[in-house]
Design a protein around this ligand. Structure first.
Ligand code: ES4
Ligand code: ZN
Length: 319
């Protein structure tokens, strides 16, 4: 039995497996510049975050209808459940769909067809977090927040993702203030490829409750001390870090040192279809490569529920 856990860092578009991509391409009459799933998998060799993002955005062309988003989310939830995930806080990238002429309603209603029945169908409770693309303008993010207003009963929070370097959190101050005023929870990617200062800025300027990745905090001992003191959760994604070359090998990952320092770390899958594994696979990989003890693994699972947006009573039920 895999450890019960919560997944807190998961881009639903990053769960698009090659087989489903081709199935949806055929269903929607979209042609992909790859002959078959093997040739597509060959493209999954990334030099950095940007080279991954290029493919990630390209493959989204196959997602067109509510049913596509429903099928995508159902496939993810089934796989997650099989790996012990009892609760999933799921990111989506509305701007990447709006730009292709797919509207907010199609995305949210489609995802909701799967998420709304997920507890009954998969035994997985869910939350939806809408991410802004940080390499797009703040005005575009504000327009996206506006487009989401009819769907706020289905959206728990906002996040910030895509190409990090050169797009500091401060760029989105106004958007995050507006999101907070709407009662939305706030998270942001920071310190994945970007410097530790972006982590500080996400906390101080955007008021985030969790940092997605946050890996590069280890370069700044004063920041580590602050994150420990304030119990700021970090949603780490070890297999993602290896595939995007943020760390050389899994054996070099700072996770054990981060846990020893007292950081509230969680282990997540990011874009599992692209990075070689779902939540349980990430747990297995760090256990093997880093020799984490059973006690450490249980701590990581416990942290995932503590850092979630579940209410206390729900949190106990999910565990
Ligand atoms: C992402 Cl790994 C990663 N980093 C930043 N933005 C993203 N969007 C999807 N995956
Ligand atoms: Zn991510």
């Amino acid at each position: 039995m895999p450890l019960p856990k919560a997944e807190l860092h998961l881009h639903i578009e990053g769960t698009l497996e090659p087989e489903l991509a081709f199935e949806l391409a055929a269903r929607n009459g979209v042609s992909l510049p790859y002959a078959d799933t093997d040739e597509l998998r060959e493209a999954y060799r990334f030099a950095d975050l940007q080279s991954f993002l290029n493919l990630y955005y390209e493959l989204m062309a196959v997602l067109r209808t509510e049913r596509d988003f429903e099928d995508l989310a159902n496939a993810y939830l089934a796989r997650a459940a099989a790996q012990g995930v009892r609760h999933a806080e799921i990111f989506f990238d509305p701007q990447a769909h709006l730009a292709r002429g797919v509207d907010m309603g199609t995305v949210v209603e489609g995802l909701w067809r799967a998420l709304g029945s997920s507890e009954a169908a998969h035994g997985v409770s869910t939350r939806l977090i809408m991410c802004f693309l940080r390499d797009e303008s703040a005005e575009s993010a504000l327009r996206t927040l506006d487009a989401a207003k009819p769907y706020l009963d289905r959206i728990t929070g906002v996040g910030l993702d895509s190409a990090e370097v050169g797009h500091p959190p401060v760029k989105f101050r106004e958007v995050y203030e507006a999101a907070a005023a709407l009662g939305l929870r706030r998270v942001a990617h920071a310190g994945e490829e970007g410097p530790p200062e972006y982590v500080t800025e996400a906390l101080d300027v955007l008021g985030v409750e969790r940092i997605d990745h946050g890996l590069r905090c280890v370069e700044d001992p004063a920041l580590v001390e602050r994150l420990v003191r304030e119990r700021v959760p970090l949603t780490l994604c070890p297999l993602s870090n290896v595939r995007l070359r943020t760390v050389d090998t899994l054996a070099d990952h700072p996770l054990p040192a981060m846990l020893d320092a007292g950081l509230l770390c969680t282990v997540n899958s990011d874009d599992p279809a692209y990075f070689g594994g779902y939540a349980g696979d990430n747990f297995d990989a760090v256990r093997e490569a880093l020799g984490l003890t059973e006690e450490r693994l249980r701590e990581l699972a416990r942290n995932s529920f503590l850092a979630s947006f579940l209410e206390d009573d729900e949190e106990r039920r999910a565990r």
